[in-house]
Design a binder for this molecule. Structure first.
Ligand SMILES: NC(=O)c1ccc[n+]([C@@H]2O[C@H](COP(=O)([O-])OP(=O)(O)OC[C@H]3O[C@@H](n4cnc5c(N)ncnc54)[C@H](OP(=O)(O)O)[C@@H]3O)[C@@H](O)[C@H]2O)c1
Length: 239
């Protein structure tokens, strides 16, 4: 079945969001790719895939921007079958340790990475509910967001934001699980060369990661019983 798949933060050619969009287009689906600013890479995809790609402008730090984007999308399509919350924000101090990092950067990181995904779910929820199949929300989290497995002394802001996203996932799951019309998970997408650099030691290119995730997402669509935080290898990961 041809699905309507929405991916946030899909403008960076080497990034996971762009490559998820490309993978879903390559396999015959319609994609709604959201960006903050014009992306030449996405515009090249639009020339190739035409009406199967909708480029939507949205800043997920702003509820107003997300609301307007949802209104616009409702004039173009009737439903969403899969929402992938991929967008993330980090500050220039992300790699620093606790005593070195400027803590005033943290709220923006949490605002975009966790609250941003929540804004998107809230405003696009009516389109998810209209799906003829069980609609699926996949929040792209990270193993770094696990409190149980925390071992690092850096990337505090990123880890906090992903832990907050994980909590949002669980809380929203509790809200939607009775109706079983919309399902939701947090997923660690693997270690990926999202910077596109060949000297990056991560084992997966963004496109290779997208192929694995597409397969995983269909395995999880109807799973309302299992653990909510999973890895790209379909393992449960501790919150
Ligand atoms: N690389 C890995 O090994 C790895 C491991 C675990 C998890 N992840 C997760 O995988 C996902 C993709 O990683 P990535 O490196 O490809 O991501 P990224 O390029 O750093 O970020 C994805 C997109 O988020 C967008 N974004 C930032 N702030 C935004 C806002 N306010 N509103 C809307 N969009 C906004 C950016 O758009 P602009 O282009 O407009 O800035 C960017 O294109 C992330 O969630 C990351 O945490 C990656």
């Amino acid at each position: 079945m041809k699905q309507n798949v929405m991916v946030t933060g899909a403008g960076k050619e080497a990034g996971l969001g762009f490559n998820l969009a490309k993978r879903y287009l390559d396999t015959g689906n319609r994609v709604i790719a959201t960006v903050r600013k014009r992306s030449e890479a996405l515009e090249r995809l639009k020339e190739e895939f035409k009406d199967d790609l909708i480029i939507l402008y949205m800043d997920i730090a702003s509820s107003d921007s997300v609301r307007k984007a949802a209104e616009e999308l409702r004039t173009k399509i009737s439903h969403i079958d899969l929402l992938i919350n991929n967008a993330v924000h980090v500050s220039p101090d992300c790699d620093k340790g606790f005593f070195e990092a400027d803590l005033d950067y943290i709220p923006d990181t949490v605002n975009v990475t966790a609250v941003g995904a929540m804004r998107v779910i809230k405003e696009f929820f009516p389109l998810l509910q209209n799906s003829p199949i069980t609609a699926l929300i996949m929040n792209i989290s990270s193993e770094a967001g696990s409190i149980t497995r925390c071992y690092r002394t850096n990337i505090i802001e990123y880890a906090m934001a992903k832990a907050a996203l994980n909590m949002a996932t669980m809380n929203i799951f509790n809200t939607v699980k009775k109706d079983r019309k919309v399902n939701i998970f947090a997923v660690h997408p693997g270690w990926i060369r999202t910077d596109g650099r060949e000297d990056n030691p991560a084992p997966l290119s963004s496109y290779e990661a997208a192929v694995i995730l597409q397969d995983l997402f269909e395995k999880k669509r109807e799973d309302f019983e299992g653990h909510r935080f999973i890895t790209n290898e379909n393992e449960d990961y501790p919150f």
